[in-house]
Write a protein of this length. Sequence first.
Length: 354
Amino acid sequence: MREFCKKWYQRIATRDMAFIGVLTLVASCVASWLKQLPVLSLFGALIIALLIGMAAQFPVRSWYVGDSADRKAGVKDAAGLISNKLLRLGIILLGFKLNLQVLFTQGIKCLPIAVAVVTLTIVVCYAIARRLGVDPQLAILVSGGTGICGAAAVMGLSGSIKVPPEQESEKADNEVMAVAIIAIMGTIFALAEIVLGPLTGLSATQLGITAGASLHEIAHAVAAGAAFGAVDIATIMKLSRVLMLVFAAIVISIWWDRNHSAVPASGKRTVSFPWFMLGFIGASIIGTFVPFIASVTPQLVDIAYVVLGMAMAALGITVNFAAIAQKGRKAFLASFLTSILLMCFAAGMAMLFF
């Protein structure tokens, strides 16, 4: 235990960690403020934090790192640690936003739709992406982000996928690509639904269900739901999909291990179970059933978004732009085609059940 604590202290108590920690905290807080602006509200704080981190990469590289190999390694290690560990903490805290009582009462009809939507979307998007030649890791991250809840789903599922140390950089690039694709896709389809929704003849409730079942980020579903006068049902439908993140992370963890992980020399496999997802469920249960926690839930959710924003900004600092330009186009096409099918399927479910 003493050696363990000493090792982590030496890794955390560094100038590079302090610098990246402060930088990502500032980026996250700025993103939380910017998301209140009319246009930027469609993107949400996490996407804005990622963009700030990507923009910050250039001054960090030229002004702070310079020609120092030690600082370059220190920045990479600090950013990697923040994006990895704070991601898990943020998703656990985000569980306080998920009111299980509301889901299992008002949203009882939404849960079966969420199961169908998430399952079909992930399977179809992954199949299209692989047919287009997208590598399995990027394909499953884009599929999860399209089917579940955008950036949080991408990062949550990424935590279920373990890769060798030499592939960590490629994995980080895939995370950024998937998040960027879903951010663009969600904005396109949110605007499309807001414009086209009233022309379809669907009721306000049906349009809210369609938005919650098809749009990618919570911010997208809320914006569209508000435009239709159905923000409550859109949010409940969207949170039903968010709940599916837990089950999807576990299933994908097992699937990835069986199909894409290297077998250890001993011949035994160790499944990379996403334990932090149990923390997400635990936070949901506490937030739903412990009375005094409900009074501070908004503050806990705010902290969750600040922490997740730091993780996203850290991810942006280390992104490889050349890799994104080279590998992202086919994954974008897969998500676009799937999003069209998803919107049509969600509208059909809304008409059938609401």
